[in-house]
Unconditional design. Structure first.
Lengths: 473, 261
């Protein structure tokens, strides 16, 4: 107990947050021989990671080779920069691509099971969506942490303040609360992996008021507490202007939290007035922005039977059959009947599709410049074979994809670009990696990759501290 | 065709139940009204009506949302299906327990309608209070033929065809308008999702809520109240061990002892 009555706990490494980034960091550190305390404020692990679509973006994997897909780190690097509109931090993108393949292998070695299905999605020139059961992935890593004997997990324990050793000094402790009991955790190194702030309406409004009426999906604990703690210490932020919803969320259904992206299989996106409004091959974050500018922020993805048949029930964002079965998708034998169902003017919808089909034939979309199904991948297809389908779609904010300014070793940097000693960050809480838009699978990928990098940085730091203490003695 | 629906709603279990305050001096139990949602039977009745409109765009659908009090959120949720008329009907709570009295009140409301009524649809149980008696009572009051446990309704050559299943047999009951049917839930009448444009329109809609008075006709009144003693489960819980036969024997002995107790 200290003089405030709070219990004192000591640990070499404290990880704040029990999602994919937190458990990746904890396990990597444990494997390096470091004892770790991981705290999670909710009563269940997983956070937003567990609720995600389970997509990870990797390049050069055996699954890609088995599917005849040629991909490598350089193409991944170019795609990440391109989809980020070259406004992402190149050092962070490099850190991702240099560690992505080893992280894929590492996840498999831990027992994470990847689907053999491979799909192309937002921002990808080739199919590189590697799919897992995300909740199961976090559970697997958590189990490995427990089995290591090096990781202690405290549930229902929330971090409240970071404590420095004097003005501008090293972060040396975290004031926390465990099931209502005040505690102070003294740590030689702290990794913030506490997620974004999609569940903090006021904070989202501060940076993205245009999303006030959007659907928010994500871990309930994502209220920006980690971000605020670091802010208090002068941490800088990145990408705050790029908060965007992801296109393809059903606007009314509350049971399916994942986007459905028929546009990446050839569908067009139309407003409630029946008109296209965007190049559908863009990143779904940019599609989300365009969608929110339409009436009621609601649109429809329109497609035909061959596109429907191109869905893949092993990939949540392309699982068209389940959406139809659950009554979320409209199906009609004619365009006119479909237009009646969704109350869109038939003549306009018919003309929109006829014009689009003309662009497909001509190889040039004169209205919006669409040249591929998704990013640079896939040839456009006509929409012409009944039955026809419509999927109501709005933009949902699944994650904030912005936050703490970090370097490639995951050190948190302050507003002057100096490292805040003893403080690292990984996962959704960090900014600078995505830039202007977002590649499918790069958020979950980032959680695992950056979590591991943060752990290695922490382990090296602890080793240096130990050597320094040894030489002093 | 003109279709009338009565909708009650049920307590939304996503919300914690409100504190119930019993007052023996008052006519009813005083409790904050819990947030309500459509019951599965309400939803099915509404979907049956919407399907009839899909087949004939001239169909008019009017809905009376009944409550004590009527909740505006429920009115808006129903209006988001682009219906011709949605109105609230306030009753006092004890009346919700009294199907016969409620049926008479609904009869009075329908008697004031100026348009011909071709079909009255109602969920097979009217909210949390009804045990299935309200629909036949209402048919009696309105002097309409009644068909219960209907799963689908179609209009054919000016007549209604009601579909319902009995075991392996599907019954098709043909009735000339007007008629009253209570609807049960079924995968073929699962309620569709509303369109966003209609949700947006419903957000701006204004609703008339008719107050049907203090409920002088109510036959059910709260006379007294007391706290019910709930016996606690005293038994522990453990896995049975041993061979299957030994486990069956032990389980059977336990059950017999409970029967005797």
């Amino acid at each position: 107990m200290n003089d405030t009555g709070a219990e004192r706990i000591d640990t070499p490494l404290l990880v704040v947050g029990g999602g994919l980034a937190g458990f990746s960091a904890a396990l990597e550190a444990a494997n390096a021989g470091v004892s770790v305390l991981l705290i999670e404020k909710m009563d269940a692990i997983g956070g937003s990671s567990a609720m995600s679509g389970g997509c990870l973006a990797f390049a050069g994997t055996d699954i890609q080779r088995a599917n005849g897909v040629e991909d490598d780190s350089e193409l991944l690097f170019r795609d990440l920069c391109e989809v980020g509109q070259f406004d992402n931090d190149e050092a962070l993108v490099r850190a991702y691509v240099q560690n992505q393949l080893s992280t894929y292998e590492w996840l498999r070695a831990q027992g994470v099971i990847f689907s053999p299905a491979l799909e192309a999605s937002a921002g990808q020139s080739v199919p590189r969506v590697h799919t897992v059961d995300p909740a199961d992935m976090v559970r697997v890593l958590a189990a490995k942490c427990r089995a290591s004997g090096k990781v202690t997990v405290m549930m229902s324990t929330s971090a409240e303040r970071l404590v420095r050793s004097g003005e501008g000094g090293r972060v040396e402790a975290v004031v926390a609360s465990s099931k209502g009991r005040p505690i102070v955790i003294h740590a030689q190194c702290v990794i913030l992996a506490s997620g974004g702030f999609g569940r903090n309406t006021e904070m989202v409004h501060r940076f993205a008021p245009q999303y006030d009426n959007a659907v928010f999906v994500g871990g309930e604990g994502n209220v920006g507490d980690g971000l605020k703690m670091a802010w208090r210490l002068g941490a800088d932020v990145r990408d705050m202007a790029y908060i965007k919803g992801t296109y393809g969320k059903h606007p009314v259904d509350t049971t399916n939290n994942h986007s459905c992206l028929a546009v990446y299989k050839g569908a067009i996106a139309v407003s409630q007035e029946g008109r296209r409004f965007v190049d559908e091959s863009l990143s779904y974050k940019l599609l989300g922005d365009a969608c929110m500018q339409q009436t009621d922020g609601a649109t429809y993805q329109i497609f035909d039977q061959p596109i429907f048949a191109g869905g893949d029930d092993r990939v949540r964002i392309l699982d068209f059959g389940r959406r139809l079965e659950e009554g979320l998708m409209y199906k009609a034998d004619s365009l006119e009947a479909l237009a009646q169902m969704i109350e869109v003017p038939f003549e306009i919808l018919r003309d929109t599709i006829a014009t689009y089909n003309g662009y497909v034939d001509a190889g040039e979309d004169a209205d919006f410049g669409r040249r591929a199904l998704v990013h640079n991948h896939g040839a456009l297809v006509r929409i012409e074979t009944a039955p026809f389908y419509a999927y109501p779609s709005t933009a949902a904010v699944f994650g904030t994809y912005c936050g703490l300014y970090i370097d490639a070793d995951m050190h948190v940097l302050d507003v002057f670009g100096d490292s805040i000693e003893g403080l690292l960050a990984a996962g959704e809480i960090v900014g600078g990696f995505h830039g202007g838009a977002y590649m499918t699978g790069s958020s979950l990928g980032k959680a695992a990759i950056f979590g591991r990098i943060a752990a290695r940085t922490a382990a090296n730091s602890l080793q240096r501290q130990s050597q320094s203490a040894g030489s002093s003695a | 065709m003109n279709i009338i629906l009565f909708i009650s709603g049920i307590a939304d279990s996503k919300w914690p139940p409100p504190t119930l305050q019993l007052d023996p001096q008052a006519a009813g139990a005083a409790a904050a009204a819990p947030p309500k949602k459509l019951s599965p039977f309400d939803e099915s009745a509404l979907e049956c009506a919407l399907k009839i409109r899909d087949a004939d765009a001239q169909t008019r659908i009017s809905v009376f949302v009944v409550g004590a009090p009527v909740q505006e959120s429920l009115l808006r949720a129903i209006a988001s299906f682009r219906l011709d008329h949605v109105a609230g009907l306030t009753v006092v709570e004890p009346e919700l327990w009294d199907a016969r009295s409620l049926a008479r009140r609904f009869g009075d409301v329908l008697a004031r309608q100026t348009e011909t009524i071709d079909l009255v649809l109602i969920g097979r149980e009217f909210g949390d209070f009804d045990d299935g008696l309200l629909p036949p009572y209402l048919a009696e009051v309105l002097r309409l033929p009644f068909v219960g446990l209907v799963q689908e309704v179609r209009c054919d050559a000016g007549e209604w065809i009601f579909f319902r299943e009995r075991g392996d047999i599907e019954e098709r009951i043909r009735v000339r308008p007007a008629a009253l049917a209570s609807i049960t839930n079924d995968k073929r009448n699962r309620l569709r999702f509303p369109l966003m444009k209609n949700i947006a329109a419903a957000k701006k809609a204004a609703f008339v809520v008719e107050n049907t008075g203090p409920g002088s006709e109510a036959r059910v009144r709260l006379l007294s109240s007391s706290v019910r003693t709930v016996s606690r489960q005293q038994d522990g819980c453990r896995m049975l061990a041993g061979s299957i036969e030994a486990q069956a024997e032990e389980l059977s002995a336990f059950l017999l002892s409970r029967v005797k107790a």
